[in-house]
Each structure stands twice: as C-alpha cells, then as structure tokens.
Design a protein around this ligand. Sequence first.
Ligand SMILES: O=C(O)CCC(=O)C(=O)O
Ligand SMILES: [Fe+2]
Length: 281
Amino acid sequence: MERESMQHFRKHMNHGIENSFLDQVRHLAREFFHLPTGEKQKYARPSHGFEGYGNDMVLFDNQSLDWVDRLYLLVHPQNQQKLKYWPENPVSFRDMLYDCTARLRRVEEQLLKSMARSLSLPEDTFVIQFGERPSIYARFNYYPPCARPDLVVGLKPHADGSGITILLQDEQVEGLQLLKDNQLFRVPILPYALVVNVGDQLEIMSNGIFRSPVHRALTNSTRERNTLAMFYAPDPAKEIGPVEELVDKRRPRAFKKIKNYVQSYFHYYQQGKRPIDAVRV
Ligand SMILES: O=C(O)CCC(=O)C(=O)O
Ligand SMILES: [Fe+2]
C-alpha cells in the first residue's frame, strides 16, 4: 500500500493541454520578467503581504535568501483575486492566467480522483476535502543566471504547503531536485510534461500514504530559468485531516485535524523547518 510520490513524477499521463498553450504561458512569463524593473515594480509585493512581484518575505534575520524573482498570485476563488498585482503588460498575461488556472485545475482534480481510486476509495474522497472554494495560487519563478551557483540556491529545500502542485518546468534549463531516502535526485526535463508534486496537505489527508517530498531549485551560471508552479489547496476555512478509511491499527492516525495550514506554513518554512512536523500526532 505504500506509494511514494516519486511514482507520480514518473507516471506519464496525457494532461490534454495543447503544447502551443504551454508555449504561450512560458513566453508571456518570460516577457513579464524581462520588462524594465520600473514596469514590474507596479505589481510589487507590499512589505506585509505575499502576493505580487518581487522576492519572498523576510521573516527572520538569519533566513537564507533565494536567488529568485517571483510573481505570486491568488487565482481562485475569483472574488479574492487582487487584480492590482496582475500584470497588464504583456497585454494577454491576465487572459492567459485565467485560462491556465481553469485548465490546470481540471488536471489537478482528475489526479486527485485517480489517486483516491488507487487507494480503493470513492473518487471524490480528496476533492471533497478541498471544499467548494479551494485556494489556487500561481507562482511564476524567474531564476536569473548566478555567477556562483555553487554558493547560492534558487529556492531552498522545502516541501509544498499545497494539497497538490503542478509545475511547468523550463523547457531547456534543468534545476529541480528532490530528496528521497536522503539522496537528491534531479528531475529531468520533458518539454511538454507537467511535473506533479504531492504537497503536505495531501500527505495529511492520505494519513501519510502519499508523501510530500522535500525539493529545491538550483541556479545556473549562464542561463536563466523560468518555471510556473500552480498550487491547489483546500479552502482554508475547512477542517481537513486523515481520511477515516485510511486510519487503522496497522496505520494509526499520523496527523491532527487542521484548518488554514498555509497560514502557519511560511513561519516554519522561512526558518528552514518542516511545517508538517508541527501537525503530527
Ligand atoms: O522552479 C522549480 O523547479 C521549483 C519551484 C518550486 O518548488 C515552488 O515554486 O514551490
Ligand atoms: Fe516547491
């Protein structure tokens, strides 16, 4: 019954999204990051929020900094979108993001259904826990070339706070690595493949059967790298926890019931700690 998320990195499934659409997403993201700084600053992250363009929040003096510029936006529920942070330049950026959200959401829901079926559970088991108003965040990552890639990481080791994440990798520059059995493995580039990553909240719901792997992104000395992560997470107002059918004598309850996991996530993350450790039984 033990299944590792590694299998999902390897599994080839047809996601049904045309290559030309994925090309357009990458093209518009690059165009945005290549705008003059002043233009990008119009969408700058405020000092006490995380949405917008710039770097991640610095919460601690000893926090290590990442070699990445990012544009982080809540894309669902629609009435919570903060459009002032959504680029109007390039002109089709917003439309692309609406479209991208809808398409990747369908893929994420299909995956959650197949994963439930693979455990002989009713297919809606996980989807129901995400609620009617799941949170979906888009994070565009831009890693500029870095003269000393041996000294600086693009994104420090972390596991995602989502339920499930879809990552559109750069089609040319590799950089993602994940930890399994204390060893780092590179995630190879398959140009039009989507990388699927299990996040902490799905590890919790599956009572530890699906694992949320620690991963990091490297920098490259001569080439920039662009990726898009789409994080699909339960409605923060809804309580989630291990599915009852997955708790038994052989596999006792591993996690507490929790609400709004993402809120506490950043506090632990920026200290280099694993937020999931705080919710173990
Ligand atoms: O850029 C990558 O390859 C990884 C991005 C990532 O892990 C994230 O945004 O959470
Ligand atoms: Fe990640």
